[in-house]
Design a protein around this ligand. Structure first.
Ligand SMILES: [Zn+2]
Ligand SMILES: [Zn+2]
Ligand SMILES: [Zn+2]
Ligand SMILES: [Zn+2]
Length: 675
């Protein structure tokens, strides 16, 4: 095997920093600039707060991590999740084997290598995500070796932002998504959750880009292009339920909150949906029928068990002024897009919810409650941040309302398994409830507990799920413990706990709708990820902390906390790596999602150390370590226990305050039964 040479970083010429044009040069020497009308090229703004008029700024070179040298090596690894077999190919100067493309350029097609590796491990790949390396025009097979290798090293360095690429496959081809079945499922779920399903086509260049998403009624049409999919079948193939729900709150922050009528007459179940017909109709709506002009786009809305069609039209241009870090102000003109036709309200939508303006922020600017008012105190007249005004500019969301600017009287909570089961709840401030005192916060505020119907954990049980499987349907975030168990910290004894609970549940939601999933996440088994990590010759680091003894204390985290990560084989356990996921399944799902990034960043930072080129035949699954992990965690209850699994065996660490202590090492976790 050819060794990976270390070469001078071409992006910074070995200086470890680069001189880049300052942002101010985009607009030239102007205080007020138009975003669309760019200034003379490379002219600096004389009063620039970043470059002080010099026009360029020195940045640390991120391509070499400020080392000035780089490793001319790429590694492509293909792994079969079903067998654990792993095969790799490394690209270094001298072993590129390029071919000529029809235009006469020399190119190294790595997707060919990926297919070879996939055949070697018996894997069917979803997609062969492999780069092509283009060689410099000077490159020819008959050049002297030293010059050829130098040009090849440059081609490799142009592609080394992900120096180690992992491509995952399985022994059998993945089931392809049937667009009609997916659309039918998305529609059925819209009916179940009482949401709109929006199918949108927007003009982009010569063609269209498509998006499909859930919305609450009253959400505005988003600015800008909604995605990259070129037709309806493609957008259906890449939009599952979780993706269609993601961003629901952001899209509907300004939508009016209305009560739900879950008992309203429901549309007949299982409508036939013709994807072709729907696509043709939406495209036809992108042309103005009166003048034959092109419109910016069109939408189809699934509401109340049928499709409603509307054109999208350009509205009045809106001008915005945005301050730049350079001190310049940039004027942008945006053309909002509105619906040509607003479909009638769905039968399940009731009257408007009462609300009052949020006292802790100002709409349309970034003023938020100052820290001096935390805990409900009056503003401090001597506060260095707000001088007693009680408000200060902040880049964060308003903690009180989550940037909805409204405090609602009622919040609608939907708990669902995302299949067939759903519960719609209405929690209303002012409802008298028996809420016994269960604890007192260190600042003296009482903590009370509301009855079962305010505890999402109890509703999870009704739907046959565990409380730790609850998550926000929008983005999949973990749910607050107070919402799970109905705990409320009230400002004073006797204050309305439901009002505080409604505020917590409604913070940052669209139209006062909190939608919660009560079902385990889709996660690979621990033993499968463990086998994969060993095949890649990496470490699988599993951390668990048993806090179940805190179950009765509303002020402390409880239950089991998990994390699962792939790390370089020799990486030390960091004191900061504490587990925080509420279930092993949630930790495994996250590990799987980050796997290719984790492998890319497992490449050694020192350019003199080569990236490993792992090979492994099929491996048997090991015995499931979960019972042993649970036993270890309960033995060290209250402290995080981290187990690093590598080909050499396993090492158990415990987090004591700020230090990490090695407890034991063994070839197999089961051998540690007696420690
Ligand atoms: Zn500047
Ligand atoms: Zn560099
Ligand atoms: Zn203040
Ligand atoms: Zn607010």
């Amino acid at each position: 095997m050819t060794a990976a040479p270390v070469v001078v970083c071409p992006d910074c010429d070995g200086m470890a920093f680069t001189l880049e044009p300052c942002r101010c040069t985009t607009y030239g020497d102007r205080f007020l600039a138009d975003a669309d009308a760019l200034g003379p090229r490379r002219e600096a703004y004389r009063s620039c707060e970043q470059c002080r008029g010099a026009g360029s700024i020195a940045y640390p070179c991120y391509r070499c991590g400020r080392r000035g040298r780089r490793r001319a090596q790429l590694v492509v690894t293909v792994a079969n999740l079903d067998t654990g077999a792993v095969a790799s190919h490394q690209v270094v100067p001298g072993g590129l084997d390029p071919h000529r493309d029809p235009a006469g350029h020399w190119v190294v097609d790595l997707s060919f290598r990926v297919r070879e590796l996939a055949a070697a491990v018996g894997a069917v790949l979803d997609e062969t995500d492999a780069p092509s390396l283009w060689l410099d025009r000077q490159w020819r097979p008959d050049l002297p070796a030293a010059l050829r290798h130098e040009l090849e090293a440059q081609a490799i360095l142009r592609a080394d932002h992900a120096p180690w690429r992992l491509v995952l496959g399985r022994s059998t081809a993945p089931a392809t998504v049937d667009p009609a079945a997916r659309l039918a499922r998305l529609c059925a779920l819209a009916d179940l959750l009482l949401l709109d399903l929006v199918v949108e086509a927007r003009r982009q260049g010569e063609g269209f880009c498509w998006a499909i998403r859930y919305e609450v009624p009253g959400s505005p049409v988003p600015l800008g292009s909604p995605g990259w999919c070129r037709d309806l079948p493609e957008v259906l193939a890449c939009t599952d339920v979780a993706k269609a729900l993601t961003g629901l709150a952001e899209r509907g922050l300004a939508a009016p909150a209305r009560l739900l009528r879950p008992d309203s007459p429901r549309p007949p179940a299982g409508p036939a949906v013709d994807v072709d017909q729907l696509e043709r109709r939406v495209l036809a709506d992108c042309v103005d029928p009166t003048g034959g002009d092109e419109l910016p786009g069109a939408q189809a809305l699934w509401r109340d068990g049928r499709w409603w069609h509307t054109t999208l039209r350009a509205g009045e241009p809106v001008e915005t002024l945005a301050e730049q870090p350079t001190g310049q102000v940039v004027r942008r003109v945006r053309v909002p897009v509105t619906r040509g036709y607003e479909p009638p309200d769905p039968a399940w939508l009731g009257e408007l919810v009462d609300w009052r303006p949020c006292p802790d922020c100002r709409p349309h600017n970034r003023l938020r409650a100052c820290d001096c008012r935390l805990g409900g105190r009056a503003a401090d007249p001597d506060c260095p941040h707000c001088c007693g005004a009680g408000l200060r500019p902040s880049a964060l969301h308003c903690f009180t309302c989550g940037d909805t600017d409204r405090l609602l009287r009622t919040v609608s909570v939907t708990v669902t398994d995302l299949r067939h089961r759903v519960v719609h709840l209405a929690w209303q401030a002012g409802t008298p409830e028996v809420a016994p005192l269960v604890a007192t916060q260190p600042n003296g505020r009482p903590v009370v507990q509301l009855p079962d119907r305010y505890r999402l954990g109890s509703w999870a049980a009704v739907l046959g799920a565990r409380p730790e499987d609850l998550r926000d349907a929008d983005g999949g975030h973990d749910l607050d413990r107070d919402l799970r168990d109905g705990y409320v910290t009230v400002p004073w004894a006797g204050a309305d706990p439901v009002r505080e609970h409604v505020r917590a549940a409604g913070r940052g939601t669209a139209a006062g709708r909190l939608i919660v999933v009560a079902a385990p996440p889709d996660a690979p088994p621990l033993v499968e990820l463990l086998r994969l990590a060993l095949g890649l010759d990496l470490a699988l680091v599993v951390a668990v902390c048993d806090l179940r003894h805190n179950a009765g204390d509303p002020l402390l985290a409880d239950g089991l906390r998990w994390s699962v990560e792939t790390k370089p084989r020799d990486a030390a356990v960091s004191p900061d790596d504490l587990p925080y996921r509420p279930s092993l399944a949630a930790a495994l799902a996250w590990c799987r999602e980050c796997l290719t990034d984790a492998v890319a960043s497992a490449a050694p930072t020192n350019p003199a150390t080569p990236i490993p080129v792992p090979w492994s035949g099929p491996r048997d699954l090991v015995a499931d370590p979960e019972p042993d992990l649970l036993r270890l965690a309960s033995r060290h209850a209250g402290q995080a226990v981290t187990v690093r699994f590598t080909r050499a065996g396993c090492a158990v660490h415990r987090h004591d305050d700020d230090a990490v202590r090695l407890l034991a090492e063994a070839p197999d976790l089961r051998d540690l039964r007696l420690t």
